[in-house]
Design a protein around this ligand. Structure first.
Ligand code: PBG
Length: 325
């Protein structure tokens, strides 16, 4: 009798290594950091995200030091400003917290890639990602100007990649135009093109102090039930000039990631979000799962589904532990 002997290539570690289809490398990973303006020495643990901190400017650099020495090559920054207002002034202030953090990082490590998350929600008093009208609606077009201003100020501070995460319509075009006009035609845009209104962002909103004070984000972020709509969003952003596209969250949306992989040739990013991180951490703490093994398996699955780059809170730690070559 003949049958398929799949086990032949699984017999030894060396054989499995030889035929492995997907390999994670440190160069695939982007570590998010939360930078707080109020105190340069702040190092406040985020209760809902064990191992992550709100860091003041001085502590940020100290925290990054061992990770960068171990090979971390890219970071994305989220700012927690001292003051918030209706127009998110802190997002585009020349001396805003993300702008300052970017300058510090580029001074210390000129080669390190700094991605700027371009959004207003951490900087608005109401916590929405755009201008809120008196009737409570989030206004699309007036928000575009503020996003464009934010992107330009981040590029001026030295950001290597601009990553709009607000989900307003037309923001890639608005940002691209503004960057080009201000002399930043060389700076790429990584669009959070397919961003779902996800409950998996829960821990992030505590970390970034960015939960909306009223309502939710369902009028701008996507309905988790929709897959075809993801293609419309992605192709629209590509047409507007996005250089890379992102799917977010990652693991619950691998089908979307795979579909996108088949319809676009742009590099694709996936964001393993706070809730994905925290549930693995929590189960690890309880002794219910092997945290490190589950983290590596999840990241491998995300890459296998089609991600070229992965934003993950595990990046620095796994690289520092020498678990990702
Ligand atoms: C800002 C933003 C969010 C995340 C990244 N950028 C939060 C949100 O949309 O509420 C989520 C990241 C995470 O959960 O790890 N708009």
């Amino acid at each position: 009798m003949t049958f398929f002997r799949g086990r032949r290539l699984r017999r030894t570690a060396a054989l499995r290594d030889l035929v492995r289809e997907t390999r994670l490398t440190r160069l695939d990973l982007i570590q998010p950091y939360f930078v707080v303006e109020s105190n340069p020495e702040a190092e406040t643990p985020i209760a809902s995200m064990p191992g992550q901190y709100q860091l003041g400017l001085n502590r940020l650099i100290a925290h990054m030091e061992p990770a960068v020495s171990a090979g971390l090559a890219a970071v994305i920054l989220f700012g927690i400003p001292q003051a918030k207002d209706e127009r998110a002034s802190g997002a585009y202030a020349p001396d805003g917290i993300v702008q300052e953090a970017t300058r510090r990082i580029k001074e210390r490590w000129p080669e390190l890639i700094v991605v700027a998350d371009t959004c207003l929600c951490e900087y608005t008093s109401h916590g929405h990602c755009g201008i809120v009208l008196p009737n409570g609606e989030v206004a699309n077009d007036p928000t575009l100007e503020l996003l464009a201003r934010t992107a330009v100020s981040q590029a001026k501070a030295g950001a290597d990649i601009i990553a709009p995460s607000d989900m307003m319509d037309g923001r890639v075009a608005a940002i691209r135009t503004a960057l080009d006009q201000e002399g930043f035609a060389h700076i790429p845009v990584l669009s959070y093109a397919v961003k779902y209104a996800s409950a998996f962002y829960g821990p992030f909103r505590e970390a970034a102090e960015s939960a909306p004070k009223f309502g939710d984000r369902k009028t701008y972020q996507m309905d988790p039930a929709n897959g075809r709509e993801a293609l419309r969003e992605a192709l629209a952003d590509e047409a507007e000039g996005a250089d890379m596209l992102m799917v977010k969250p990652a693991l619950p949306y691998l089908d979307v990631l795979r579909t996108l992989r088949e319809v676009t040739d742009l590099p694709l990013a996936a964001y393993q979000v706070s809730g994905e991180y925290s549930q693995i951490k929590a189960a690890g703490k309880l002794g219910w799962m092997d945290e490190t093994a589950v983290a590596l398996e999840s990241l491998t699955a995300i890459k296998r589904a089609g991600a070229d780059l992965i934003l993950t809170y595990f990046a620095a730690d796994l690289i520092q532990q020498g678990l990702i070559p």
